[in-house]
Ligand binder design. Structure first.
Ligand code: ZN
Length: 432
């Protein structure tokens, strides 16, 4: 039997708090899970700094990746198989892409990518195609198999139906993270009837669609996504932690570039500081390594690096105020000057940050970042874009919501305001 079709002599089962069980019968899947690059995902949290707000959010990208795999496996094995629109030769590539779609995420992804100007998707491709254990396993299926998996994840794979299972507005990725993040944060939104959605999902040539009778389950899913974004993913306090984390890395990079001598050489960051971005260095980094450096940097001579590191480790976060860039741009500029006068570097202590999300969008020709809309399969067999049938989805589709905040160390300003009148002036401007 070929490696592609090889089954384990006994099915392996992972116990999972969201899907109850995750089933593995394919030898290839089992071997991929055992690679060091995949095991590394256990050491990267799914929600970055969110655990500093919702203390349950300690779940890792390993959990989520297995969950996405299980959803795609169920869509194919319990739904699509046997249907004329589904080509079962695509099963293994779809399962591998589901399992590996987040493989390139680094520690505290967003902050890390932002500081070093990286893209986790590039690293996913690099790990799949480079000299890695994952690459060796996938190559045993066929020499072009790693590239096929990379193409599904990169959305360039010719079978669009396969791509849509992993990246579309109703894909296995979102269906897993919404439920999983709701479970681990303990919030009551984020839940929806996935069982129902899986039952009403149908394969079509270009993408998976939903039969008309499943419209309400999809509405519920879209609303839960909308609420999770604003209640969990863009929570201002976890953004504050992310701002501080970003600034710690910025400071360390800046100091390194300016000849500062660290008490503890930041060896693990070497190829990020010098811009060579070695794959082996990236794979060696995880959140344990990063927080270990932060612990050591708390004792550095540089006061900014020491203060910011200690803020992150001990959760002394920045306070925030609403800020409208259209009308208050000048105010932030003035504040920046005051910070400077007061001896606080505004680069690190006065930070503006924006979050933005589009809950659902339909296809508008010629627009950039077109999103593949969700289609309902009507009783007469025709496909109809979701917002044309659903008033609820119509009400929020295409509407981008953005919010802007400015972050600052209120504790420090409060503590020093008696001695330093500039501090009270700053506080008054920020909070008044
Ligand atoms: Zn994902």
């Amino acid at each position: 039997m070929s490696y592609k079709n090889e089954k384990l002599s006994e099915e392996k089962v992972f116990k999972d708090p969201v899907h109850r069980y995750i089933h593995v019968r394919d030898k290839v899947i089992w071997d991929v899970i055992g690679t060091s690059e995949f095991q590394r995902l256990r050491r990267i949290r799914q929600l970055g700094t969110t655990y500093l707000v919702f203390h349950g959010a300690e779940h890792s990208r390993f959990h989520h990746s297995l969950g996405v795999y299980e959803i795609v496996r169920r869509i194919i094995d319990d739904g699509f198989q046997g249907s004329p629109e589904w080509n079962n030769d695509e099963r293994l590539v779809a399962l591998c892409a589901a399992l590996l779609h987040d493989l390139g995420h680094g520690p505290f992804s967003h902050a890390f990518e932002n500081v070093f100007n990286l893209d986790h998707e590039d690293f996913t491709q690099a790990i799949l195609l480079g000299d890695t254990e994952v690459h060796k396993v996938l190559s045993r299926v066929s020499p072009d198999f790693p590239q096929k998996v990379a193409d599904v994840i990169g959305k360039t794979y010719p079978d669009k139906l396969v791509v849509s299972l992993i990246s579309s507005q109703i894909d296995a990725d979102r269906m897993d993270y919404l439920q999983r993040d709701a479970y681990f944060t303990g919030v009551s939104y984020g839940h929806f009837d996935m069982e129902r959605i899986l039952r009403v999902m149908r394969p079509e040539e270009e993408q998976a669609v939903i039969t008309y009778s499943g419209m309400h389950a999809v509405e519920d899913y879209i609303m839960s996504r909308y609420q999770m974004y604003w209640q969990v993913y863009f929570h201002p306090v976890s953004r504050s932690a992310e701002v501080i984390l970003t600034k710690v890395l910025h400071r360390a990079k800046y100091l390194n570039e300016n000849g500062y001598v660290f008490k503890q050489e930041p060896t693990h960051f070497g190829s990020f500081f010098d811009g060579t971005f070695l794959l082996e260095d990236y794979i060696a980094l995880d959140e344990g390594v990063v927080t270990t450096y932060f612990q050591m940097w708390m004792k550095e001579k540089d006061p900014i690096l020491a203060d910011l590191s200690s803020r992150f480790i001990n959760r002394r976060l920045f306070q925030y105020a609403e800020f409208d860039p259209a009308t208050e741009y000048k105010k932030v500029f003035e504040l920046g000057k005051l910070f400077q006068e007061a001896g606080l570097d505004p680069e690190y202590y006065l930070v503006t940050d924006s979050s933005s999300d589009l809950p659902y969008d339909f296809y508008r020709q010629g627009e950039e970042n077109e999103r593949l809309p969700i289609f309902l399969k009507m009783p007469n067999g025709e496909l109809s874009e979701l917002s044309r049938s659903s008033d609820i989805v119509d009400a929020i589709s295409g509407k981008r919501r953005t919010d802007h905040k400015v972050y600052f160390p209120e504790d420090l300003l409060e503590a020093g305001k008696e001695a330093n009148p500039l501090y009270s002036k700053i506080l008054h401007m920020l909070k008044g």
